[in-house]
Design a protein around this ligand. Structure first.
Ligand SMILES: Nc1ncnc2c1ncn2[C@@H]1O[C@H](COP(=O)(O)OP(=O)(O)OP(=O)(O)O)[C@@H](O)[C@H]1O
Length: 369
């Protein structure tokens, strides 16, 4: 096993950039982020919010950007320093794989090894090829590969340059859903096998929930919020998905698998939940998403309900939804938070107010993993 590349000090980036688009309109990027030096940080935001511009600043591709950048204690930019793009130790994976068409997959990987500033341990090549699952396609040319395979080769190529930071700009956006689902497990393996911090641009909530540890939410060139994924997903005031998709993330441990009913019991900071068993998962850790629309509240504990999951909690926040009929309620459950999407009418009928104790019902079938 190749030693993991040590990165733990964090990435601090502060940038200002102005694009003049016409005499009347311009776009201004003004960001200040401080994110972990390991794991996957998703950069999330709507179209035109400045996600790609931020990555381009980090890569040193925006000569007009002012600001500063530290990557795990290495200074790449400030008022007096500007490390050129080719000298920044980073890998960049784009929406399209952009492989050299005249070279085989292996040829593309060899090219990266040759270009790497450091000597490449042969074990690294074996490890990268195995983690990305591309052993059987190494002799193929890009035109013989599917979109997902090309993207796995492109990621392997980026890793072989032994970067201190990996930038991925919507790497799955050009793939259809089956290809996307095929590649996601490789990205999960990439996160657990290499200790390289990854900045992952996406506006797909499902990808972020599955992959990211940390999140930066952008809006109109500014950072709207940044923090751990569980923390930000449990906030009722952020635009994490359209109303029906809003939901909290809960990190759980499997404590029991019930083979008779094909269920598993998982424990989290706020209690336990029953959900359909996932037999093929070897890890006992589960990240689950509980959609706000699948959570209902009662004032007494019902024992005559079909719902298996009933937790007790308190109302921490109530926010009006864009839909005037609805509201979003943030619930404190032990040390965790859940969200419930309720009608304004129910809110009033149950006289739900801040601090009130409630019973929280969640359908097992509705929990998203
Ligand atoms: N070279 C440029 N010159 C002028 N304006 C630009 C330039 N590059 C980007 N922009 C503008 O900056 C804004 C942010 O663009 P950017 O590509 O960073 O957004 P994004 O969040 O990545 O969007 P998307 O998700 O659609 O890719 C947009 O309004 C875009 O038109």
């Amino acid at each position: 096993m190749v030693d993991k590349i040590e990165c733990a000090k964090g990435i601090q980036a502060q940038f200002q950039l102005n694009y003049r688009q016409s005499a009347k309109t311009h776009f201004e990027l003004d960001i200040d982020i401080d994110i972990p030096g390991q794991g996957i940080t998703a950069i999330f935001g709507g179209s035109g919010s400045g996600k790609t511009s931020l990555l381009r600043c980090i890569a040193g591709l925006e000569q007009n950007a002012t600001g500063s950048l530290m990557v795990n204690d290495e200074l790449w930019q400030d008022t007096s320093v500007f490390v050129a793009t080719h000298k920044r130790s980073l890998g960049y994976v784009f929406q399209e794989a952009s492989l050299f068409e005249h070279l085989t997959a292996m040829g593309n990987l060899r090219y990266a090894i040759k270009r790497s500033a450091q000597t490449t341990n042969p074990e690294l090549l074996t490890q990268v090829v195995s983690v990305m699952g591309i052993e059987s396609i190494l002799s193929q040319f890009p035109q013989q590969l599917s979109g997902g395979e090309k993207q796995r080769v492109a990621i392997a190529r980026a890793l072989l340059s032994q970067p201190k930071l990996l930038l991925m700009d919507e790497p799955l956006a050009s793939l259809d859903t089956p290809r996307k689902l095929e590649i996601l497990p490789y990205l999960e393996r990439l996160r657990s096998s290499f200790n390289i911090p990854i900045l992952y641009v996406s506006h797909a909530v499902d990808e972020i929930v599955r992959l990211a540890d940390h999140l930066v939410i952008m809006e109109q060139g500014k950072v709207l919020a940044q923090g751990g994924i569980t923390e930000l997903f449990s906030r009722a005031d952020l635009p994490l998905g359209v109303s029906n998709e809003v939901g909290a993330i809960v990190e759980c441990k499997v404590v029991e698998r019930d083979t008779q009913w094909h269920l598993m019991r998982v424990a989290f900071d706020g209690g336990e939940l029953w959900l359909p068993n996932v037999a093929n998962k070897d890890s006992n850790s589960q990240r689950i998403r509980v959609l706000a629309s699948d959570v209902s509240l009662t004032l007494t504990s019902h024992t005559d309900s079909s719902i298996l999951n009933v937790l007790s909690g308190q109302i921490a926040e109530i926010i009006n939804d864009q839909d005037p009929a609805m509201s979003l309620v943030r619930l404190k459950v032990g040390k965790s938070y859940l969200l419930a999407r309720l009608t304004q009418k129910s809110l009033q009928n149950l006289a739900l107010t801040l601090g009130k104790s409630v019973w929280i019902q969640i359908k097992s079938a509705a929990i998203v993993r």
